[in-house]
Write a protein that binds this ligand. Structure first.
Ligand code: AP5
Length: 222
């Protein structure tokens, strides 16, 4: 029998490289990338009531309340494309209550990837990050510069990407990370995220291949 599609979570401090690795994972494995931060920024950009409230917390580097986030992510996870192709959940859950909400829905990942990056590197990554509003691609002025002048001219910066704000985001991360790790301890793989992005991806790729191998063995013996 064909095995069920992959269900993966990726976590790590602000600017640890989650979005960058998700682009690479999505290209190779065809999973649907669901990023809590991207869903929230889309609400902010659309000017919805949820977006207005979310922006207040995002500007302070705090977690957006569950009343807004939990349903938003749940609805996206239950869309047919995610159910058919598998999903890659980025930046969610970030608290015990969010993890519990998923458990209550019977939503369990097969692998929890934790990107481990030193704090001085995180600040440099945040300050140099730029986004392409046309393709959604993530750049860094030093580590992943744009391919040409046309792209360079249209790059934008996130409203919470300042040194001051990343320090607040880091504090929030430290307050919550242990609780979430406790829930997924048995399926966690910790990856050194300080290395160049290709090297980080090789480690993630190896961990994902292992999960896929195990799943195909299980489904062929059942
Ligand atoms: P969110 O958008 O999730 O932000 P974050 O966790 O702070 O993470 P980032 O998106 O900043 O970084 P990343 O790890 O994706 O790094 P990237 O690949 O871009 O959340 C924003 C806000 O939304 C939160 O503060 C909160 O308010 C709210 N929110 C989100 N989720 C929530 C939830 N579950 N509950 C409640 N509220 C929530 O890389 C960063 C830079 O480094 C880039 O320029 C990249 O090119 C570069 N780079 C990446 N990898 C490497 C490498 N290996 N070497 C060199 N450079 C690299």
């Amino acid at each position: 029998a064909k095995s069920e599609p992959l269900k993966i979570m990726i976590s790590g401090a602000p600017a640890s490289g989650k979005g960058t690795q998700c682009e690479l994972i999505k290209d190779k494995y065809g999973l649907v990338h669901i990023a809590a931060g991207d869903l929230l920024r889309a609400e902010v950009a659309a000017g919805t009531e949820n977006g207005k409230q979310a922006k207040y917390y995002m500007e302070k580097g705090m977690l957006v309340p569950d009343e807004i986030v939990v349903n938003m992510v749940k609805e996206r996870l239950l869309q047919p494309d995610a159910e058919e192709n598998g999903w890659l959940l980025d930046g969610y859950p970030r608290s015990l209550s969010q993890a519990a909400a998923l458990e209550n829905l019977g939503i369990h990942p097969e692998l929890f990837i934790l990107l481990d990056v030193d704090e001085d590197i995180l600040v440099e990554r945040v300050v140099g990050r730029r986004l392409d509003p046309v393709t959604g691609k993530i750049y860094h002025l030093k580590y992943s510069p744009p391919e040409n002048e046309e792209i360079a001219a249209r790059l934008t910066q996130r409203f919470d990407d300042t040194e001051e704000k990343v320090k607040l985001r880091l504090q929030t991360h430290h307050q919550n990370v242990e609780a979430v790790l406790g829930v997924y301890e048995n399926i966690t793989v910790k990856i050194n995220g300080n290395a160049p992005k290709g090297q980080v991806f090789s480690e993630i790729d190896a961990a994902l291949s292992e999960v896929l191998d195990k799943k195909s063995k299980e489904s062929s013996s059942s």
